[in-house]
Design a protein around this ligand. Structure first.
Ligand code: SF4
Length: 511
């Protein structure tokens, strides 16, 4: 559909003799999912949404030629009387701060020149010509950047451990196996700004002494794979990957590995096994990847969003980055807003913003004047946060204290009509399906939990079921081998914690 709008715009520009003066750039995702296809007309940054091919003529002949934005195509905030012409004033863009997504609404992801034009690869040049590897690691540590894949471990410390670990060669890995239901942040970075990931990985390669990187992307993201492959080729052509980068003795290259759709391959040890061509199963840690990663060698593994943060940290400095966010959670976080919310899409916000600001100011509130009930963060590993905690600042520690997790950034909003037991059952069903089966607490325990939830939601719940669920959940959390199993009971535990009455109601209504 987007392609048809582009064709119609080209045709209309051609008809009016404007093909030389007006340029159409196909960017990555701009963020507002429910409004597509969207377009921004510069220099006034007018934002058009839900475009159809037949709208192209009005945009060209009224706006571009006569300077008057086409009113009927402009964004109108829920309940607002007047439409909003400029993209920077629409609800979804208010309060956003873009570091990871700094380029996605501006550049053609297939153009390395456009990436370079926005300071692309300047950070790589800076580290290679002005910094020692130890200084690079120190700068990343000082920035306070924590891994955006879910666990939130200090990125600089991880690099430091890998650099100091005995054994060569060393490797750099990007985890692009984003599999949480409702999460599509990494996809939008890989599709919209693939060079930002390549540059971050190359900087790490220099810092830890690695010459080879791997990007592990799930097969369900064909466009991301296509654009990343093209970007790697272009970076090689420009001498930004390969031998003697920027005329120095630094060599670094990247290969893509495509995952086959197993959620568990997002777990780092399973991902590393899969890169080696083995079955994607987690293994116990230690040893951690910093000591023994790909091919048993010291390896840094970070996710897509983490890599996209590196170049701005190097260019603008650790102090600049550390000035954004909260005391223990620095920088920004990208979230995928979905569910019962007016404005769905991708947003990047400073850490410390409250859930209320995200749901009501950026997300535009709940459709059809319904009441907000809860938001699930962190997908199947996370938990739900009820209305009484809407003013919680978003950072790793506050979310953890509420029984949820930051996770990779999925944020699913639920309204008053949502049954929270159904939600818990949905996520558990996902985990039962995706469990690799290696350890019994996860393989058998989650299945038993699902059966109990199933009978509760089918009106066959028994007295003592809630206690049984809690007991099983605690055992699985304490004994499962990897993060998938250890966090699988979270949605059940958090819904019992905040919405126990709904479980009791179901059990009371036993058929
Ligand atoms: Fe596999 Fe689950 Fe055990 Fe992880 S916890 S190793 S996914 S069975």
């Amino acid at each position: 559909k987007c392609g048809e709008v582009v064709d119609a715009l080209k045709e209309s520009l051609n008809k009016n003799g404007l093909t030389e003066q007006v340029r159409i750039i196909l960017t990555g995702c701009m963020g507002p999912c429910d409004m597509g296809p969207v377009a921004i007309v510069y220099p006034d940054a007018t934002f058009y949404r839900r475009l159809r091919p037949k709208d192209a003529e009005a945009i060209v002949e009224e706006h571009i030629m006569k300077g008057a934005p086409v009113q009927r195509l402009l964004y109108r905030a829920p309940g607002a009387k007047e439409p909003t012409p400029c993209i920077h004033d629409i609800d979804l863009f208010k309060k956003q701060q873009k570091i990871v997504l700094r380029n996605t609404i501006y550049i053609d992801p297939l153009s390395i020149e456009e990436y370079i034009g926005r300071d692309g690869y300047a950070a790589l040049a800076k580290v290679l010509t002005q910094m020692t590897p130890a200084q690079v690691i120190e700068e990343v540590k000082k920035s306070g950047l924590r891994g955006r894949g879910g666990a939130g471990f200090s990125t600089g410390m991880k690099w430091g451990f890998t650099a100091a670990a005995p054994g060569t060669p060393k490797y750099v890995v990007c985890n692009g196996d984003e599999g949480d239901p409702g999460a599509f942040m990494d996809r939008s970075v890989l599709e919209g700004d693939p060079h930002s990931v390549i540059e971050g990985m190359a900087i790490c390669g220099y810092a830890i002494g690695a010459e080879q990187g791997y990007v592990y992307v799930r097969a369900e993201y064909p466009l991301a794979i296509q654009r990343l492959s093209y970007a790697i080729e272009k970076a090689r052509e420009y001498g930004l990957l390969g031998k003697n980068i920027f005329g120095t003795s630094f060599n670094f290259d990247i290969e893509i590995r495509i995952g086959a759709g197993a959620f568990v391959c997002g777990e780092e040890t399973a991902l590393l096994a899969s890169i080696e061509g083995k079955r994607g199963e987690p293994r116990p840690r230690p040893p951690f990847p910093a000591q023994s990663g790909v091919w048993g060698k010291p390896t840094v593994i970070n996710n897509v969003e983490t890599w996209a943060n590196i170049a701005p940290i190097i260019l603008k400095g650790a102090d600049w980055y550390a000035s954004i966010g909260t005391e223990k959670s620095k920088g920004t976080k990208v979230f995928a807003l979905a569910g019962r919310i007016n404005n769905t899409g991708i947003v990047e916000v400073p850490m410390g913003i409250t859930l209320r600001e995200i749901v009501y100011e950026i997300g535009g509130g709940i459709p059809r004047k319904k009441q907000f009930k809860a938001v699930q963060t962190g997908g199947p590993s996370g938990g739900c946060i009820p209305a009484e905690h809407l003013d919680t600042p978003i950072d790793y520690d506050s979310l953890g204290a509420l029984g949820a997790i930051m996770g990779s950034g999925g944020m699913i909003v639920m309204d008053e009509d949502t049954c929270m037991v159904d939600i818990a059952k949905f996520f558990l069903d996902f985990v039962v399906d995706e469990s690799c089966g290696k350890c019994s607490p996860c393989r058998i325990g989650t299945k038993r939990m699902y059966e109990i939830l199933d009978r509760i939601t089918n009106g066959q719940g028994r007295e003592g079921d809630i206690e049984l669920l809690s007991e099983l959940a605690t055992t699985i959390k304490n004994t499962a081998l990897c993060g998938l199993g250890q966090t699988a009971p979270n949605p059940v535990l958090s819904t019992i914690r905040y919405f126990r009455d709904e479980y009791e109601e179901h059990i009371k209504e036993r058929k």
